[in-house]
Write a protein that binds this ligand. Sequence first.
Ligand SMILES: Cc1cc2nc3c(=O)[nH]c(=O)nc-3n(C[C@H](O)[C@H](O)[C@H](O)COP(=O)(O)OP(=O)(O)OC[C@H]3O[C@@H](n4cnc5c(N)ncnc54)[C@H](O)[C@@H]3O)c2cc1C
Length: 469
Amino acid sequence: MYDFDLLVVGSGPGGQKAAIAAAKLGRRAAVVEKRDMLGGVCINTGTIPSKTLREAVLYLTGLNQRELYGQSYRVKEEITVGDLGMRTQHVIGREIQVIRSQLTRNRVTLLRGTGRFLDGHTIGVVDVEGEERKVTAEKIVIATGTSPARPDSVEFDERTVIDSDAILHLDRVPDTMVVVGAGVIGIEYASMFAALGTKVTVVERRERMLEFCDLEIVEALKYHLRDLAVTFRFGESVAAVERRGGGALTILESGKRIPADCVMYSAGRQGKTAELCLEAAGLAADTRGRITVDDHYRTEVPHIYAVGDVIGFPALAATSMEQGRLAAQHACGEPVADLHELQPIGIYTVPEISFVGRTEDELTRERVPFEVGVSRYRELARGQIIGDSYGMLKLLVSPEDRRLLGVHVFGTGATELVHIGQTVMGCGGTVDYLVNAVFNYPTLAESYKVAALDAMNKMRAIARLTGEG
Ligand SMILES: Cc1cc2nc3c(=O)[nH]c(=O)nc-3n(C[C@H](O)[C@H](O)[C@H](O)COP(=O)(O)OP(=O)(O)OC[C@H]3O[C@@H](n4cnc5c(N)ncnc54)[C@H](O)[C@@H]3O)c2cc1C
């Protein structure tokens, strides 16, 4: 009766995994995607270009080798946008090929164009010539993601006043830059450009940044960024941005004026729902373009699902993929597990941050007792070998049942290392497992054992004094 069993609008991580999961279950699946955007924001303008740029910056600046070879060590003296863009384009190209091949191998039909609802089961796909083709589907998954929010009061010109999409197309590495908004994206780019030698000023309305992270680790990050000549203006709002010949003047409400070659706005993101004609399907988005869903990613119209950034928090590629898979399984009538509550967070600043579970602040607010075990990379042989003296790993342990309540990592490999802690936590393991486990030597993973021993010793000290245990 329908052209497809499941049709997905948007080929980002959420959309891809939804379509492939349905195809694996033997359903006729299709993905609608605009020309030149296969792989979504993730591959084309967000995660992959930004993480590749970071890798290129770290390699070319030699930043991570300077503790060993001296502060003047560099792989390349004059780093151009060409040097940076070459690596980014290479990775984007390869990733698009991988996605295309995965869709083809799984017999997922790719429909090129912009999709919009004509009714609850019909999507009109408008190609670049403006021709509209109608396709019908029993179940539909909206995975249209987001685009950078642009305040009306600011005139963007893609060169001097830009958002996180345009930053990938700068014609030169700026000498000075203002980053408005110290969220994850803003602070990741601020740290990359600071590593390149750009003098960066970060303006943030709130008094703190990355409030959801461990405070001690955020302080360590701020210290490092200040060392790379980043200036923070917390508790300050932008009143106006004036473009002048060869740069822009950012005027703060406090009266401060900051000159810079370039101003990057990173002030949140807007759900991409305006083109979807949601009303034709009996749906509506909120003022931020977001769609509300239930625990199974169903919208108010039960055969229409929504996944990924378009449904809001946490708006990560990692989570979007899993939401897509779970939504498709539900749509296909398969038994579905809930999204695991232990979701890791990775922040690819320079140095990087990652954590899973609770923070000290949260536990203290909720009056949950915990003990802290810390390991510093400089005390590990691997830390010395790679020249990372600042990295640290922190375990939050329940003194009651010795389970891990949170794992927080700062420094080289943080986003990889966190998964050891996530696995122990997910399997209900205790700190005793880490104390007794043998880790490869010399590794950064060894920091788990060192931190576990530290927590254990602190708990033992309390037990000695109180006569418990
Ligand atoms: C600079 C930056 C860095 C990031 N870094 C990380 C990171 O390190 N780790 C991480 O996990 N996440 C990161 N993210 C977030 C991550 O990119 C998103 O969470 C993820 O891409 C969301 O996936 P999605 O499935 O919602 O779709 P998206 O990737 O947002 O893609 C949606 C797709 O839908 C298409 N589309 C929209 N409307 C229509 C329509 N009407 N018809 C047809 N197609 C349509 C768009 O063209 C787009 O290709 C980053 C994001 C940004 C911007």
